[in-house]
Design a protein. Structure first.
Length: 150
């Protein structure tokens, strides 16, 4: 019984910390047509309070922001995801290394090409981690689905 209560308590704490991570970052996802069958997928992170969100190549220590797209035979990814925002490069004592992150807002942009005139969607998930000058919240994952084409 004691083991059950300890496990239950751990799950509740982990859930609360995950909820706090997703509360500190508000994600929005949208597609913008930029050419014939070509779209930019904007994955925008609005970062709350005094937290910062780590770059895709954060450095040693923190969890880098990463995107995992669900395979879709109608969509081809065109190049790497670009980060649009003011990136900071700072030595963080907590990780004993230089790290890269964004404050307030960052727009991750992936260019995609759609086969034909198909109406489909780009789905996936983003994993990220936020910290401030006192604490780091556990990494969190947010699923997304963006309609494109048509």
């Amino acid at each position: 019984m004691k083991k059950f209560i300890t496990t239950l308590f751990s799950l509740v704490v982990a859930g609360a910390l995950f909820a706090q991570s997703t509360k500190q970052v508000n994600w929005t996802f949208e597609a913008k047509k930029i050419g014939e069958n070509t779209f930019e997928i904007h994955m925008v992170a609005d970062i709350g309070g005094n937290y910062h969100l780590y770059a895709q190549n954060a450095g040693e220590g923190p969890v880098s922001t990463s995107f995992d797209f669900t395979k879709n035979p109608l969509i081809t990814l065109d190049g790497a995801i670009k980060e649009q925002g003011k990136m900071k490069k700072v030595y963080e004592q907590a990780f004993s290394s230089e790290v890269r992150f964004f404050e307030k807002k960052v727009d991750f942009v992936q260019v995609v090409k759609i086969k034909g005139k198909a109406k489909t969607s780009l789905a996936g998930k983003v994993e990220f981690m936020v910290c401030n000058d006192r604490e780091c919240l556990p990494p969190a994952t947010v699923n997304f689905k963006v309609p494109v084409g048509g």
